[in-house]
Write a protein that binds this ligand. Structure first.
Ligand code: HPA
Ligand code: ZN
Length: 316
């Protein structure tokens, strides 16, 4: 089954480049940049990959991202991910990056976007992986900071295709970012937002009504609101669901409790994605495989999920 799932042509629409930093590369970059890490070795870092919730994961993710300093570092990170895409027949990807995670510790925006952008260009040419980058704002920081980041990004407008919203969800509703999303829309950028991962269905409504998003990232808590589910079906609004992430962050206790297949059968436009593959135990194929092994996903369902991912691309 792994090989069959691996061969399916797929698009990945929800992954954070910083979340594909494998422990081996993290240690190699720390050494290259003369950074002392709080973990003595790779195994003890891996042992820390055990989270009670989103925030515990994010603390580790932001700490790990500190080894990324030079253009070459961002290139190497992105290139490693694109090679995985090629291995897993992910023919199209729309990854996130979090500029504020880097600019707030003094890494110039230009360094980040050039390193990532060069790798994406090489991925298209050398690996045949199509891609469009999504600039994501950190919601635990004020909207003014997101606005400054967007203005900083505008000179590089050809390097990204959309804006997004991520980081700590609870207590940071989408409505706080209405102005920066309006500004991005006025500049011609479509939007996506994380909503309904740990936050309530109201956050999904806000992302739709106020941020005017083209996709919802996660969105699994929509199932608590029947009117919202009907709306998602009627509008065929894509949800970028991340099964391994949801179980590792305890959004669902077990993979067998996950609601993605129920949403699929109801007619919701759901897709399968890896979120932070290095931190959650797998890339796209591993996410499909987990659904097959623990939630009973059939080949026919896998095919529909893969077809949905191609259909829900922002960049066609
Ligand atoms: N949720 C919110 N923010 C994030 C995530 C996530 O799963 N991964 C990286 N930033
Ligand atoms: Zn995410």
């Amino acid at each position: 089954m792994y090989d069959w799932l691996n061969r399916l042509p797929k698009a990945e629409l929800h992954m954070h480049l910083e979340g594909s930093l494998e422990p081996e590369l993290l240690f190699a970059l720390a050494q290259r940049n003369g950074i002392t890490l709080p973990w003595p070795d790779i195994d003890s870092l891996r042992a820390a990959y055990d989270y009670r919730d989103l925030q515990e994961f994010l603390d580790l993710y932001y700490q790990g991202a500190q080894v990324l300093q030079t253009e070459q570092d961002f290139y190497d990170l992105t290139w490693a991910y694109l090679q995985k895409c090629a291995e897993q027949n992910v023919v199209h990807t729309e990854p996130f990056f979090d500029p504020q995670t880097h600019t707030d510790r003094g890494v110039p925006f230009e360094v980040v976007i050039n390193g990532i952008g060069q790798a994406l260009a090489d991925g298209r040419r050398q690996l045949g992986v199509q891609s469009g980058l999504i600039l994501s704002f950190l919601r635990h920081l004020p909207e003014e900071a997101a606005m400054r980041t967007f203005e900083q990004a505008l000179p590089y407008r050809d390097a990204f295709i959309a804006v997004g919203l991520d980081s700590s969800e609870k207590g940071f509703p989408p409505r706080l970012f209405e102005r920066v999303f309006a500004r991005a829309r006025a500049e011609g950028f479509p939007a996506v937002a994380h909503a309904g991962e740990e936050g309530p269905p109201e956050y999904i409504w806000e992302a739709l009504d106020l941020l005017k998003v083209s996709r919802i990232d996660h969105g699994v808590r929509a199932s608590e609101d029947p009117r919202l589910i009907q709306h998602l079906i009627d509008t065929q609004m894509p949800l970028t669901v991340c099964p391994l992430s949801n179980t590792r962050l305890k959004v669902f206790e077990h993979m067998s409790d996950h609601n993605i297949l129920e949403l699929l059968e109801q007619g919701v436009m759901v897709t399968v994605n890896s979120d932070d593959p290095s931190y959650f135990g797998g890339y796209v194929t591993e996410n499909f495989l987990a659904l097959h092994e623990h939630a009973g996903m059939t080949r026919e369902q896998a095919q529909r999920l893969a077809d949905n991912s191609m259909q829900a691309r922002l960049l066609k």
